[in-house]
Design a protein around this ligand. Structure first.
Ligand code: HPA
Length: 235
């Protein structure tokens, strides 16, 4: 048990998928896992462990934003010895060739700052994905009927942004999309020698202002979960 995860050490698998929304964790475990049991309800941040194709998997909500992600990832890594952490979530697209429902696989995550910024001082650390996970996720995504984009994303501290000029700079420099958690996950995984990846579904578009209707969100989310599971257990 930790402060935020009320599970026994053996309840958590080596591989953890992390959606921001705890109800997405519930949906994904009911949809993809066999014999899933709820392993965490502290603060309503639901977590479930079950099996996928015979492999044990935990799906644990991370909450929104890097401070929340940092709490869950720190406890999963340091107290539950989790080896592989894959963020599954939504993002806003920042390039014209990206469409709603496409999948973005994040090689790197630019930030204004993360909960880890203070330890880097003047350095601009570049959080990056685990290459083997990334490569396996790209292979898995290409087998699906969905657009796939691989590159840098922006992990922002704000959803309601007062600095559109920063988004413009991101767009000019080829950043694919914006979300709020991956950079800190990558940083923690690097610090503790674990594997991390972010696989995101495009739920809205910053240039066209389109948004995915709620009835299409579930199907798109399913593609992303499948990519994450296949990447986690690729040979
Ligand atoms: N901004 C930040 N996070 C997001 C967005 C966004 O536009 N869409 C989905 N997650």
């Amino acid at each position: 048990m930790t402060i935020h995860i009320g599970a026994n050490p053996e309840d958590v698998a080596d591989v953890v998928l992390m959606p921001g929304d705890p109800y997405r964790a519930k949906w994904a475990s009911e949809t993809f896992l066999t014999d899933a049991v709820c392993i965490n309800e502290v603060r309503g941040m639901l977590g479930f462990t079950g099996t996928w194709n015979g492999h044990r998997v935990t799906i644990q909500g991370s909450g929104m934003g890097m401070p929340s992600m940092s709490i869950y990832a720190n406890e999963l890594i340091r107290d539950f010895d989790v080896q592989t952490l894959i963020r599954i979530g939504s993002c806003g697209a920042m390039q014209p060739d990206i469409k709603l429902r496409d999948i973005i696989i994040a090689m790197t995550a630019t930030t204004y700052g993360t909960p880890s910024s203070s330890i880097f001082g003047d350095l601009n650390y570049a959080p990056c994905a685990d290459y083997n996970l990334l490569s396996a996720a790209v292979d898995a995504a290409k087998t699906l009927d969905v657009g796939v984009h691989v590159g840098g994303i922006y992990s922002s501290d704000t959803f309601y942004d007062e600095r559109p000029d920063l988004n413009e700079q991101m767009q000019r420099h080829g950043i694919l999309g914006v979300e709020m958690e991956a950079a800190e996950l990558y940083t923690l995984a690097a610090r503790y020698g674990r594997r991390a990846l972010g696989v995101m579904t495009v739920s809205d578009h910053l240039l066209t202002k389109e948004e995915l209707p709620s009835d299409q969100r579930e199907r798109s989310f399913g593609d992303m979960v499948e990519v994450a599971l296949k990447a986690a257990f690729a040979a």
